[in-house]
Design a protein around this ligand. Structure first.
Ligand SMILES: [Zn+2]
Length: 296
């Protein structure tokens, strides 16, 4: 359902590309990870739910200008409930994939257009996020662009667990045995165990992006650096951290494109970022997200 709706509906595809955590539940579009302020101006995360009306098996339109919201009452910077949201207390039953989304209220903020309707889901979500998340974005520098679209969450998690089940279990056992000692999660053994799968992942993505950037590269090394995801030498050899395996696919691609772009421009100049941006227009938020992953 995810692929089908995203590929047939431009407005929904734009939401995914912008980084919204898009999911679907039968007749509803769900946007998770929506930040807002509670009555103590603390940062909370809710979900927006909007009804989908199927015009055929692939295409959807809106029902009306309203949305549902899973969360408490969003407040403004002044500590008061955000005015003009309208609506009221509503309960809505969603399927088990969305059991975490507990709808508590509806909002009804009519757009000031001739029709009183939003042109599409993109405009609708953007408008409500502006109202609901605006204060949280300002006070806590939060944003709803988590790139946790449902497809990614499932496939990455499944892939990670199936590839690394044994390793995960051994780490858990290890932690249980030595609860107070600082165990390095990524020791030499783990590195050796993952180096070849990291190499094949890196090589397959390099093969995709190198022709796009019109560059060619030298030797590719997989390393276990402590402080960086990748690097590019003056002679055009590329190094990648084996932990790239554990990143979500869109961040793996960012690391790959970043290093390939260094083959065109060695420093992080404006020209460099323009090269990155020619392939990944959302590089700014990708870079921010990758920073959030830290480096062990
Ligand atoms: Zn760089």
């Amino acid at each position: 359902m995810f692929q089908r709706l995203v590929s047939h509906n431009d407005d929904i595809r734009r939401l995914v590309e912008k980084g919204y955590a898009v999911a679907f539940d039968s007749n509803y579009l769900i946007i998770r990870d929506v930040p807002y302020l509670d009555n103590g101006r603390r940062l909370q995360t809710g979900a927006i739910v909007a009804k989908l009306v199927f015009v055929d098996k692939d295409n959807v339109i809106q029902d009306d200008h309203q949305i549902f919201f899973a969360g408490s009452v969003p407040h403004g910077l002044d500590g008061n409930p955000i005015p003009n949201l309208g609506g009221g207390v509503t309960v809505l039953a969603l399927g088990e994939n969305c059991a975490d989304v507990v709808v508590q209220r509806s909002f009804s903020n009519k757009p000031r257009t001739a029709t009183g309707q939003f042109p599409d889901f993109y405009e609708k979500i953007e408008s409500y996020v502006g109202i609901i998340s605006g204060p949280a974005m300002e006070l806590h520098s939060a944003n709803p662009y988590t790139f946790n679209a449902a497809k990614d969450v499932v496939s990455n998690w499944e892939r990670f667990v199936s590839r690394h089940a044994e390793w995960l279990l051994s780490r858990i056992a290890n932690f249980a045995r030595t609860p107070s000692s600082p165990v390095s999660l990524y020791g030499r053994a783990e590195y050796l165990c993952h180096r070849e799968s990291a190499r094949s992942l890196v090589e397959s993505r390099l093969a995709v992006f190198a022709p796009v950037l019109e560059v060619s590269y030298g030797r590719v090394s997989i390393r276990a650096q402590k402080t960086c995801w990748g690097s590019c030498s003056r002679s055009g050899n590329l190094n990648f951290n084996y932990k790239i395996l554990f990143l979500p696919a869109h961040l793996q691609d960012y690391v790959i494109v970043h290093e390939l772009a260094h083959l065109r421009e060695l420093s992080h100049s404006a020209r460099f970022w323009a090269v990155v941006g020619s392939v990944l227009p959302s590089w700014r938020s990708l870079r921010r997200e990758l920073r959030g992953k830290g480096m062990l």
